[in-house]
Design a protein around this ligand. Structure first.
Ligand code: NCD
Length: 320
């Protein structure tokens, strides 16, 4: 277990890591992807706890794969029903216990802010693996690694974010990260009901000075895009089934709609996809979403090493 005298680092929100820290983490992930063997014993004797109170395939399994590829062990809960949360245990009590069983924890929770509550009292590093419709910082690290690999960097990119921009936590975190770069232009492509929340527009996008435009139609902006980031309409966040049914097919990307797109467009999606990207696109050289999922393992390996202090010099020391 870590020395709690030092101010421990967690990853709850994109802003927890500076631009420099994020870039060092991306560089480490690139090194890991090129030299996997060199990292295969770095976490021997360490345990990751995955606490997932909402469904997940990629995030949980890529965290577990990451820890196992580092030579560490994994314990965890894969649903709220299979843990003491079902008996009414609080997040605070759970993390107190987990701090005794593991060296680091990744938590996904349906309540916005739950991982932040855990981090406040935890004696081990806590990673937010998605909290309600709020944030998903490790998906953003995965997205940034994918963008870095296919575009070489982040400045001067035109990015179309399409679909459920209201409830899509991956979108919220990605916006928060990309506003830090120069010459970014956003197209927010969504139906009226699923627009980017006002607090993100007012507090993050406007204050950054980034150019942005909210549009309904993806075809109108397609020729300008360097990145098209598609998202699933988040069924589980709707209060009303009828609204979901009305909005679920708002955007379906087909090869036909890509006719005017750039040759070098990167099509991204955090996955799972429902029907918003036609499978005919999977074989197109612009489809990056499966590579994106693969990058999730490398960046999570880098993150575990940085938060456990096994790779020094990635994160700054914070003093209490
Ligand atoms: C995303 C999530 O959980 O927010 N999935 C993921 O972690 N890769 C996106 C989604 O569920 O639509």
């Amino acid at each position: 277990m870590q020395n709690t005298e030092e101010k421990m680092r967690h990853l709850i929100d994109q802003a927890d890591f500076s631009t420099q820290e994020t870039e060092r983490l991306l560089n480490l992930a690139e090194d890991i992807s090129a030299n996997m063997q060199a990292y295969s014993k770095k976490c021997e004797g360490k345990i990751l706890a995955t606490l997932f109170y909402e469904p997940s395939t990629r995030t949980r399994l890529s965290f577990e794969s990451a820890m196992m590829r580092l030579g560490g062990g994994v314990i965890g809960v894969a649903s709220a029903d299979s843990s003491s949360a079902a008996k009414g245990e609080s997040v605070a009590d759970t993390i107190r216990m987990i701090s005794c069983y593991a060296d680091i924890a990744a938590m996904r929770h349906f309540k916005e802010g739950a991982p932040a509550v855990a981090a406040n009292i935890s004696s081990i590093p806590v990673i937010n693996a998605g909290d309600g419709g709020h944030q998903h910082p490790t998906q953003t690290l995965t997205d940034l690694l994918t963008i870095k690999k296919c575009k070489g960097g982040f400045d001067n990119l035109t990015i179309g974010l399409c679909g459920d921009l209201k409830f899509g936590r991956t979108v919220h975190s990605l916006i928060k990260s990309l506003v830090r770069y120069e010459g970014i232009k956003f197209y927010f492509i969504s139906p009226e009901e699923l627009k980017v929340p006002d607090y993100i527009i007012d507090e993050i996008v406007r204050t950054s000075g980034c150019e942005y435009k909210e549009v309904n139609d993806m075809e109108d902006v397609m020729p300008e895009l360097d990145i098209l980031y598609m998202t699933r309409v988040q069924k589980e966040r709707f209060f009303n089934e009828a609204d979901y049914v009305r909005l679920k097919d708002s955007y379906i990307l087909t090869l036909d709609k890509l006719k005017t797109a750039k040759e070098a467009l990167a099509i991204m999606h955090p996955l799972p996809r429902v029907n918003e990207i036609a499978v005919e696109i999977d074989g197109d050289s612009r489809a990056m979403y499966f590579k994106q999922a693969q990058n999730g393992v490398y960046i999570r390996m880098a993150l575990i090493l940085a938060l456990l202090g096994i790779e020094n010099g990635i994160l700054e020391e914070k003093h209490a």
